[in-house]
Ligand binder design. Sequence first.
Ligand code: HEM
Length: 529
Amino acid sequence: MANSTDFLGGLAQAPDNSSLVLKSYFWLQQNASIWSILFTSFVALCIYDQISYIIKKGSIVGPKFKIWPIMGPFLESMNPKFEEYKAKWASGPLSCVSVFHKFVVIASTKELARKTLNSPMFVKPCVVDVAIKILRPTNWVFMDGKDHVDYRRSLNPLFSRKALSVYLPPMAEVQNEYLERCVKQSENGSTTYMHLFREFMCAISLRTFCGTYITESQVKVISDNYFKITEAMELVNFPIILPFTKPWYGKQMADMTMEIFEKCAQMAKDNMAAGKEVTCTMDAWCKLMVDTKQREAEIGVAAAKADKKSYVREFTNKEISETVFTFLFASQDATSSACTWLFQIIADRPEVMRKIREEQLRLRNNDCTVEADLDLIDKMDYTHMVVKEALRYRPPVTMVPYVVKKPYPVTPDYTVPKGSMVIPTLWPALHDPEVYENPDEFIPERWLPGSPANQAQSNWLVFGTGPHVCIGQNYVMMNLISLMGKACMLYDWEHTITEKSEDIRVFATIFPDDDCILKFSKREHPEVL
Ligand code: HEM
């Protein structure tokens, strides 16, 4: 076994002009076994990792050192407990944790969360490490600065009021179909509904985005298997995509979905070129491209380009498929979470269900067959307040991971090091007792016009803020308000309350820990309150 005398001896044999590192290397080569080299390297790595952590942590809240060398609290984070997240957020405005090589800073106050979301000079979205591989590095959501702003400008019309009014009728058809499936699933009594709601929301998204270009069987395969993508994106996952791991299955599923989307994009292009009607998001996008081409022919390329508001460049099928995939990705877990909580919350509060029913019948003059259009949805004030309160009470997105591009002075006393992850946290702002009295109670009336909740715009972080604020937020409200209005008017459902119903399980977003046990039935006389 090598000892310190051998070490000096080894150094003596090294060339005179060699550095200490080289001398050490020569000594190791001559004296150390492979095991002692590995052991020494591991110890050196652990020491480096600990020192690096302590320096990066600086003055903010977090473990004094990494109890588990290198990997940190990786194992605990595999099955995150919501109460542990809450404890972390309460531990200080800024707190930290280090998992493997990744140093993570959590920004918990409204001010620090808003500041981070509005600091594109210093940070950019990173979702989770494997997301770049699954969504592909070329995906627009990873664009930064002007490139991102320009790209997003082309997408904004896809969520305009005009576009939403096109999406509403097919959305209503899927809602009708799945509400009937909810009843069918209850034929043998109460069951868990979280999985069906996930499938439901996926089917709505696919129909809205791809219209009838996507077949029923493709919708089924994607909605049945989408959870594999969610699993791959867990906050903490193995950083490399190894075969047969969750990220690997997720990537297979994402690639297959994007392949389907590419084909749909071509069909949409063909239909729009042939002057057919816009029926879905892909159509709406391709129509903008056709219109731009027409304007170019009429007034010339330069003049068409100068009108930045209406100019939309030609996008490839691959770009369209990757972008529409981000819509599905951004929508799927968050909307499923909101939908699940809404059904549970309303079932537990018969008075809320009754008030929604009353509003729906009144606005339709007691004609339950009337399908809502956007103008009718605008008038659903109470249903709107219920949906808004559910999004506040159980915000689907509780954290938005960003990566630090250059040292980010988040406070006068602390700068987040380059390369770290910084996670603005939305829950505390949405449960701020100064703005939302009794924040852990579900009170739709807190959203009445002129109320403190309505005035505190800066606390409303459900959809984020800044350059990456949710592009689909109006679409989300349209979907959830029309769905809950219709469900309350036409159906009854009961919730089996278990001791886990109010416990929150983190699965990308948040869900009731018992998967929401319900029993649906169709109302025989929906026109009667
Ligand atoms: C209840 C449902 C939803 C919630 C709570 C939600 C919330 C959010 C949040 C918190 C962000 C990050 C904002 C930021 O970084 O400041 C975001 C981004 C985004 N959301 Fe949503 N979202 C929902 C549904 C949707 C839907 C249905 C779509 C598409 C149709 C969508 C598309 C997007 C996109 C594309 C981004 C990234 C925007 C960008 O980087 O410029 N989301 N969403």
